[in-house]
Design a protein around this ligand. Structure first.
Ligand code: AMP
Ligand code: MG
Length: 418
């Protein structure tokens, strides 16, 4: 049986803990989408549109050829017809003067405007032009409208092509450009500042010293925030020192829409983060009924939402998935706040502390058309290796203290595609 964590971790009585669902719901109710701003099209990629985008004009704006070929009258477009080549029109060129008359053809390129008089394009592959370029003989019969793209064929002037609330992908950005937009109103990318705290933490590249470990959290959390669509920045590690913490948090606020810290929210003597956050703003500390990730701080500093996550690397990671990711998505104007989830058959028996929702690191595989989940090894909240191996977090409800092999569990994927 896989112990969720060592027994000494569970000193809190279940009734001291705030239920995860209620905590999360309350927290998310206090997060609002960021005020929309106008940005250039390439900057808008991945952002949620905050206006209905309508085309001002038809796309395409004029009738044009869908093929390289000859613009002719349909009454002339029969196999064996011999026509006089009277002109040429290229993409981007102005129309030649006059109409295409009976017995005449105008050489035309893809995207070039349709000359008046012509109502069919005969592709170059179905025509033989003489060496002088004076005459063309058709090898196929065409019908009125063949290979002609009418004005507004793609989009009609006035039509709403993209509705507010849509998250802009590559095709959407292309469409906005096609209808002539230069800028667009979107919910901006949240700016997130990530700070790891702890006297024991070493900056990357700095020399080892006794009692010290490498800062893992700020790197994982910054990456998670970026994956989630935020512009996330990592600040250097801050020690367990009230003044240093205060200065770092105050500095971060000037450039952040969201602040995420790790460490210092537990019951240790030097866990100053929760004190400093509470002193600087309206941040509360809560013991949440979850495992890992029980100690949580959340609130606002100068209107900026702030998460104080626990320091154990897996606790910080899972806390991000459970709280910070949905908050960040809501700030982006998204309504799909959660990762995809699947139901899977658990392959090994697991234990879970009473009164807590447990999140177990599992690897998924498909068998006989159903998902199966197997825990990835030691589930201690400091074991990053089992997180590296995992592709999902199996959720064990708070009213269960064990789940047997063969039972069904909900698995939250750690990626965005099912
Ligand atoms: P704390 O939440 O500050 O009590 O930290 C809990 C545990 O997580 C301690 O063993 C810390 O050394 C460890 N820890 C805290 N922050 C980090 C970090 N940024 N990277 C790796 N381990 C950390
Ligand atoms: Mg600490």
């Amino acid at each position: 049986m896989t112990n969720v964590d060592a027994p000494h971790r569970h000193l809190e009585r279940a009734d001291e803990l705030v239920p995860l669902d209620a905590y999360r719901r309350e927290l998310l109710s206090r997060i609002a989408p960021l005020e929309p701003i106008t940005v250039g099209l390439l900057e808008a990629h991945g952002c949620v549109l905050a206006e209905d985008a309508a085309a001002e004009h038809d796309v395409p704006p004029f009738a044009n050829s869908a093929m390289d070929g000859y613009a002719v009258r349909s009454s002339d477009a029969y196999e064996g017809a011999e026509l006089a080549v009277v002109g040429e029109v290229a993409a981007g060129a102005e129309l030649p003067a006059g109409e295409v008359g009976f017995g005449e053809a105008v050489r035309i390129m893809t995207g070039a405007p349709l000359p008046p008089g012509a109502d069919v394009i005969v592709p170059v592959e179905q025509a033989d032009e003489d060496a002088e370029g004076a005459r063309v003989r058709l090898r196929a019969t065409g019908r009125r409208g063949d290979h002609i793209r009418g004005p507004g064929e793609d989009v009609r002037g006035g039509e709403v092509v993209l509705q507010a609330g849509r998250r802009l992908g590559a095709a959407d950005i292309g469409m906005l450009a096609a209808i002539g937009r230069v800028r667009v109103l979107v919910h901006p990318q949240p700016r997130v500042v990530i700070i790891s705290t702890g006297d024991e933490l070493l900056e990357p590249g700095s020399p080892d010293r006794p009692g010290a470990i490498r800062d893992a959290n700020s790197f994982a959390l910054t990456t998670l925030a970026r994956e989630c669509g935020a512009a996330a920045f990592r600040l250097p590690v801050v020690g367990d020192d009230r003044r240093a913490l205060q200065e770092a948090f105050e500095g971060a606020l000037t450039q952040a829409d969201l602040l995420v810290t790790s460490g210092g929210v537990s019951a240790g003597r030097y866990d100053y983060v929760k004190q400093v956050l509470a002193q600087l703003g309206d941040v509360r500390f809560t013991k949440v009924g979850m495992q890992p990730g029980m100690p949580q701080a959340f609130g606002f500093l100068d209107g900026v939402p702030c998460f104080g996550l626990p320091g154990n690397p897996v606790s910080a990671y899972v806390s991000f998935e459970v709280f910070v990711r949905p908050a960040l998505r809501r700030m982006q104007g998204r309504t799909d706040l959660n990762r995809p989830r699947v139901t899977a058959i658990l392959e090994d028996e697991v234990a879970s502390p009473p009164g807590r929702v447990s999140f177990l690191r599992v690897k998924l595989h498909r068998d006989g058309g159903v998902w199966h989940a197997r825990t990835t090894g030691a589930q201690g909240s400091g074991i990053l290796r089992s997180l590296v191996e995992a592709d999902g977090l199996a959720e064990i409800p708070s009213d269960r203290t064990s789940v047997f092999a063969g039972e069904r569990v909900v698995v939250h994927l750690l990626v965005d595609t099912a």
